[in-house]
Design a protein around this ligand. Structure first.
Ligand SMILES: [Zn+2]
Length: 205
């Protein structure tokens, strides 16, 4: 753990979900080490059972610092239906560029290393996509994974994804023939908030 902390400090690691800065971390670890060590030994701070999935995403997506997996009900409903979430409006386009894809189910021997292969499947799906512009994926019959530059942004993206999933489902209920938002509208909303020419906000620079 000490080695990991040194590495985080060297890398000028981004803030954690608790907002603690890297230089505050050293003091914090010093103060709480005895308790943390006890809890680690008692097995109370175990990593997620999906860690192997997260690891593959961290390896393939160099700019991410957090991964969040949920079974939030609207996003999971799309996953269970085996459908990506089309971009039906500007709320979606403000945060995520284009459809949120849905990855296929694993099968056969892939289940031997289920979590790792889930990660590899997602990475493979994104080989022609921009993982920063599309910071989430659905896994068929399962649920969503979202990511971001740090833990906070990953949680935020998971919440945005859930809201977008809810609106898209209602949108299809109201108009079953609905089509995705026009591409130029999607482009306008995404690129006014992201990339080199972004200008969205109150202009406090
Ligand atoms: Zn799950």
């Amino acid at each position: 753990m000490y080695r990991d902390m040194q590495r985080v400090i060297r890398n000028k690691g981004s803030y954690g979900i608790d907002g603690m800065k890297t230089d505050e971390l050293r003091e914090h670890v010093k103060k709480t080490w005895a308790t943390v060590k006890t809890k680690l030994l008692e097995g109370k701070y175990n990593p997620s059972s999906d860690t192997a999935t997260h690891v593959e995403l961290y390896k393939a997506f160099p700019n991410i610092g957090g991964v969040v997996h949920t079974h939030s009900s609207w996003a999971t409903s799309w996953a269970q239906a085996g459908r990506g979430i089309p971009c039906y409006g500007t709320t979606h386009a403000d945060y995520m560029y284009g459809e949120i894809p849905c990855a296929r189910c694993l099968e056969g021997k892939e289940f031997d290393e289920y979590e790792k292969n889930t990660g590899l499947l997602i990475v493979d799906m994104f080989k022609d996509k921009d993982y920063e512009a599309v910071p989430a994926v659905l896994c068929k019959n399962h649920g969503p994974f979202a990511w971001g530059k740090d833990a906070h942004e990953a949680v935020h993206n998971a919440v945005v994804l859930e809201e977008v999933a809810k609106m898209a489902a209602r949108c299809e209920m109201i108009n079953p023939q609905v089509k995705p938002a026009p591409q130029d509208l999607q482009d306008k909303h995404y690129f006014r908030k992201h990339g080199a020419n972004a200008y969205y906000g109150q202009g406090n620079k």
